[in-house]
Design a protein. Structure first.
Length: 221
């Protein structure tokens, strides 16, 4: 799940000597509105389509436009989760990948990152998603898993987020291997757990759009 494993080789970097007209042609060809800018192997940032339109001169050079998002990158050995984090922080659909000597290696797209992250969280597996609300001091995944396993169900993956309505609480999102939640919900509630939402899936995910939708529900976005 390292960033370098998901580099998209179809997205070329722009050089400072490239013309903006060529950059627009590349963007149209690969259906993107942003490309990385690299000078002698060093990542400088991102050039967005709108910035090129503002220049309004297809013969002007990329060097004449100040690139955005110079910090939109991760080291190649970082987890794909770090790619998603940087993408969110930088509000960018692509993230550059650099080696430990800060040499540019390529680009990872948000779409590829989400797909990889969904795979790691068993999002496409048949089953269900359960969301609990509890205080951090009461959180014990082993205890929650023990209760769920008592109902002959396994926890495939879990995810923690802070509760936006209460800083003292967290939301625990669980992917389970069984679609039926009635008995599991009753057992968890008997042990004092508060269930705030759930999603039941009767069949496997059949498309990329559904995979992404399931991931966003899993992350409660």
């Amino acid at each position: 799940m390292h960033a370098y494993e998901y580099i998209n080789n179809l997205i070329p970097p722009l050089k400072l000597s490239d013309k903006t007209g060529m950059a627009l042609s590349w963007m149209e060809e690969i259906r993107t509105d942003v490309l990385p800018v690299v000078d002698k192997g060093i990542f400088l940032g991102l050039i967005k389509e709108e910035r090129i339109f503002e220049a309004n001169n297809p013969d002007s050079l990329i060097a004449d436009i100040e690139p955005d998002n110079p910090d939109c990158w991760v080291f190649s050995d970082k987890h794909i989760y770090d790619v998603l984090r940087v993408s969110s922080e930088q509000n960018s659909n692509i993230v550059a990948v650099l080696d430990r000597e800060l040499n540019y290696m390529g680009i990872v797209t948000m779409e590829d990152s989400i797909s990889a992250f969904a795979d790691s969280l068993s999002i496409q597996s048949q089953g269900s998603v359960l969301i609990l609300s509890l205080s951090m001091t009461d959180y014990s995944l082993s205890e929650i898993a023990r209760i769920i396993e008592s109902e002959n169900t396994k926890v495939l993956s879990s995810f923690l987020t802070t509760d936006p309505l209460d800083d003292n609480k967290i939301k625990v999102t669980l992917k389970l291997d069984k679609p039926e939640l009635r008995h599991i919900k009753a057992t968890l509630e008997r042990f004092g757990y508060k269930i705030i939402d759930h999603y039941q899936e009767e069949s496997g995910v059949g498309s990329e759009e559904e995979r992404i939708g399931n991931l966003l529900r899993f992350l409660d976005i």
